[in-house]
Write a protein that binds this ligand. Structure first.
Ligand code: PLP
Length: 419
């Protein structure tokens, strides 16, 4: 009989196999210093384009003060126990009420982490006779939620309404046999490429098909819509989203998440979300901190205006210089270049070491072979000077990529990787 660990000793997995070349630099890098537009990487200052602190709240003095006071008052233990048993407080309820109001829903419920909350919400919304139809590019937490489902599931092509319609036809036929219903899941903003989910068109399909819509709006909450209520508000269909999800990990620069829906749906989820029923309550420091952040979202529209000033300058600057930024409709700013993985590594090293620019890099198998995706997250803490320096650096690295500099630099690396 095989030792269970045999496969682990042999195969580190699709990402783990790059650990020797990548760890500490391309993956698991350590950014140091205060969270802001400029931080330190390996002792050198870099302009950071890889942190989801959209509204610049992470290090805002008022936020830091409230966080520190809450930590002093409550410590990191309070309240002890799961919400249902002994971990419930007035402030948890207040935060839920304020979140619900902010995203224009009747009720909301807190989740300790977005990822596990999302998994549980998908799990709780469906029973084995129901059918899930979801975007093929869905975030891992949606996919994991779907994995728990004992019934049928269909994917539709990414943001492709024709494909969604075809799958809704299949799902409808199947649901008629099983006697179940249909749950459609999309993201409000797709975090890798920045497109908004086509919520308006998805909602229009409700005229033709009977389904409920669940939207993960991790990147839209706080950044899109007139009041910051997200992609649904931006597209004028917030009311038609049956269950809305957002995390505190991006615009609110914290930890935690929530779902919002009609009161009756939240009342049901409250008693059926396994990851919340059997896990410790969101700690008070995070609850108090989220109340403060939400208040700032409501009362300081300049935060979102500053963010969009930087987004517009970065995205229009890149486009004017002929860069391919794909089809983004949000703050997420991808830059697509052509090159191999070793070239991508040489390019990113050059960007960091010689131009002081830190952005995330995405390569095959996440995107097609031969493409390099540099993913940038503008925030309200960036300046127009940061944008100007970054655009100049991008011009320089594109030239080196095109004239073969990185190919030559990476020859040794290619050899080492046996490509
Ligand atoms: C689209 C999306 N959904 C869910 C999550 C998970 O949220 P959390 O970080 O709060 O676990 C993330 C990442 O933060 C995300 O990008």
């Amino acid at each position: 009989m095989k030792d269970l660990f045999e496969k682990i000793y042999k195969d580190k997995g699709p990402l783990g196999k790059w650990a020797a070349q990548a760890e500490g630099y391309f993956v698991f890098p350590k950014l140091e210093g205060e969270i802001s537009n400029r931080m330190k990487f390996q002792g050198k200052e870099v302009i950071t384009w890889s942190i989801n602190d959209y509204l610049g709240l992470a290090n805002h003095p008022e936020v830091r003060k409230v966080d520190a006071e809450a930590a002093a008052q409550y410590g990191s233990a309070y309240p002890m126990g799961a919400r249902m048993m002994s971990g419930h407080t007035d402030l948890h309820e207040q935060l839920q009420n304020e979140l619900a109001e902010f995203v224009h829903k009747e009720a909301a419920y807190l989740l300790n982490f977005g990822y596990q909350g999302m998994v549980s919400t998908v799990d709780a919304l469906v029973s084995k006779d129901d059918i899930i139809v979801y975007d093929v590019d869905a975030h891992a937490c949606i996919i994991d939620g779907v994995r728990l489902h004992h019934g049928k599931r269909f994917t539709y092509k990414h943001n492709d309404i024709e494909s969604l319609e075809k799958n809704l036809e299949r799902a409808t036929k199947m649901a008629e046999q099983t006697g179940g219903g249909i749950l459609v899941i999309s993201e409000g903003v797709f975090g890798m490429r920045g497109e908004q989910g086509r919520l308006k068109e998805i909602v229009a399909l409700k005229q033709k098909f009977n389904f409920r819509l669940f939207v993960d709006d991790a990147h839209g909450f706080g950044t899109l819509g007139k009041t910051g209520a997200g992609a649904g508000e931006e597209q004028g269909v917030q009311d038609d989203i049956d269950v809305y999800f957002a995390t505190f990990a991006k615009s609110l620069a914290s930890t935690g998440a929530f779902i919002a829906a009609d009161q009756e749906i939240i009342d049901y989820l409250k008693y059926n979300l396994r990851s919340q029923m059997f896990a410790k309550s969101l700690q008070m420091q995070l609850v108090v901190g989220a109340l403060k952040r939400l208040d700032m979202l409501r009362t300081m529209p300049e935060l979102k205006q500053n963010l969009w000033k930087i987004v517009d300058a970065l995205q229009s600057g890149l486009k004017d210089r002929g860069f391919d930024i794909g089809t983004t409709q949000s703050c997420v700013t991808p830059v697509y270049l052509n090159g191999s993985i070793p070239e991508a590594m040489a390019l990113v090293r050059d960007l960091r070491e010689n131009y002081g620019i830190f952005c995330s890099i995405v390569v095959y198998p996440v995107i097609p072979k031969g493409l390099i995706l540099l993913r940038m997250i503008p925030t309200a803490t960036h300046t127009l000077q940061d944008v100007a320096e970054t655009l100049d650096a991008f011009d320089a690295i594109r030239e080196r990529l095109e004239n073969g500099t990185y190919k030559r630099m990476s020859a040794a690396l290619i050899k080492a990787m046996g490509e």
